[in-house]
Design a protein around this ligand. Structure first.
Ligand SMILES: [Zn+2]
Length: 91
């Protein structure tokens, strides 16, 4: 079951970042630093994004800090909710 309609704002921004950064994967800590949010907030958002069709979330090496961690990345070019999020691309 994909929770498409109820993504919080931060998850939308994380999704937009990962879409641009595709195919690179980023850990929650790096996402937290990038958006200046707390690590728990970043983790929540990354989990939301990782549950969306077209994104993946697994333990892998982070592109930025090179640590093994739970990272999230984009696997496919199209996803319905991203069309709605496109207006936010210039956050
Ligand atoms: Zn990292």
């Amino acid at each position: 079951m994909k929770r498409v309609a109820r993504l919080p704002r931060l998850a939308d921004r994380v999704g937009a970042l990962l879409r641009r950064a595709q195919p690179f994967a980023y850990c929650d800590d790096c996402i937290a630093r990038y958006f200046s949010v707390s690590p728990p907030a970043a983790r929540r958002a990354a989990r939301e994004v990782g549950a969306v069709d077209g994104f993946m979330r697994k333990t892998r090496r982070c592109r930025t800090c090179q640590r093994m961690a739970d990272v999230t990345w984009r696997t496919r070019p199209t996803s319905p909710w991203l069309l709605a999020a496109r207006a936010e691309e210039d956050f």
